[in-house]
Design a protein around this ligand. Structure first.
Ligand SMILES: [Zn+2]
Length: 346
């Protein structure tokens, strides 16, 4: 495909700083450990204070940024509310900490609040933790000393500052006024159960969270705490809603640069997932395999526990998509992990 994305600014903000993106909108960037390296936050300025969209992860570098260089970015303006696009720790990790400091409510979608609360509420629930480990064991990933904490859910809690006390549910179809714009609230699933996106039809801005990223495909995975049983189908179903926003939409993603070319990006992502589905079927032609075995062959770079878990989740989402459509099946033995098989005429 020759069509390319158009990156509208020459340079993104440096880590722990902010730049003006449009009247009333500042683009902030905070460090994130690991391959992502950064997250973009959006500060929408109104006369009585700011709306902050996403918070950064609860890691010392991000807290230091909020206590250091970002103080100058705020220029004394209060944060009067915090919107978290979803419950992931790079987005909501500092929500509790910032909410307390600014005495601000945290706005989230109902499915994301449910996921966040569930992960906190079950932190000491031996039965739930055992079920999570059983999910991974069923798919061929044994708990080891290196990954047990992550599989059981503690990987999330370690980089969250807490559960915000004043949480307000925002529903799709609601309107938020912020930064001098009228933002329609969209809620799309796939990356997580109900990510919140904000769309200002005039002049055509989209705060996209992790739903639409310019350079990497967002993780679409099956995880034990999630409710969505066919997240890839949910993700692709959301493309219609996004495409309807118009080709000139300025997309403000959580990772990477602000861009135009929404339709081009949707086409690229659909192709990416189609190719992944084809590759999985081709791998299964070699014989039955567990999801962990397939993930290792699909994502050779996933060597640390976090990336191996994400690779397994993503592989399971693609397998589920094929399974629902009768293209693969599960050979469920009485003992040992599930093995996937091709069903050519299913
Ligand atoms: Zn995310």
């Amino acid at each position: 495909m020759s069509a390319a994305l158009e990156y509208v600014l020459d340079a993104p903000p440096a880590l722990a700083s902010g730049i003006a993106l449009a009247p009333g909108i500042e683009w902030l960037r905070l460090p994130v450990p690991g391959a992502l390296r950064h997250i973009n936050l959006w500060l929408l300025d109104d006369d009585d204070g700011c709306t902050l969209v996403d918070t950064g992860m609860n890691v010392p570098e991000s807290r230091a940024a909020w206590e250091g260089p970002l103080v100058a970015v705020l220029r004394g303006r209060p944060i009067r509310r915090i919107v978290c696009t979803h419950h992931h720790p790079d987005h909501a990790g500092l929500a509790a900490w910032l909410a307390e400091r600014h005495d601000a409510p945290v706005l989230m979608s109902a499915p994301e609040v449910a996921l966040m609360r569930h992960l906190f509420d079950t932190r000491d629930d031996a039965e739930v933790l055992a079920e999570r480990l059983a999910h991974y064991a069923r798919h061929g990933m044994a708990a080891t000393d290196a990954n047990r904490w992550l599989l059981a859910g503690d990987g999330y809690l370690r980089v969250m500052s807490g559960l915000p006390t004043d949480v307000r549910i925002v529903r799709p179809g609601e309107v938020l006024q912020a930064g001098g714009y009228r933002w329609d609230v969209l809620q799309l699933a796939g990356h997580t159960d109900g990510q919140l996106l904000l769309h200002a039809a005039d002049p055509g801005y989209l705060i996209a969270g992790d739903q639409l990223l310019p350079r990497i495909s967002s993780n679409i995975g099956i995880y034990p705490e999630r409710r969505d049983t066919d997240p890839l189908d949910s993700f692709l179903a959301g493309f219609e809603r996004l495409a309807a926003l118009g080709p000139d939409t300025l997309v403000m993603p959580s990772h990477g640069e602000v861009f135009r070319g929404l339709g081009v990006r949707l086409t690229q992502l659909r192709l990416h997932h189609d190719q992944r589905l084809e590759r999985l079927e081709a791998l299964l032609d070699d014989g039955p395999a567990t999801a962990t075995d397939l993930a290792q062959r699909l994502y050779r770079g996933a060597v640390d526990p976090l990336n191996q878990t994400l690779a397994l989740g993503e592989t399971l989402a693609h397998l589920r998509y094929l399974e629902v459509r009768g293209r693969v099946g599960i050979d469920a033995p009485s003992a040992g992990p599930h093995r996937y098989v091709v069903r050519r005429d299913g």
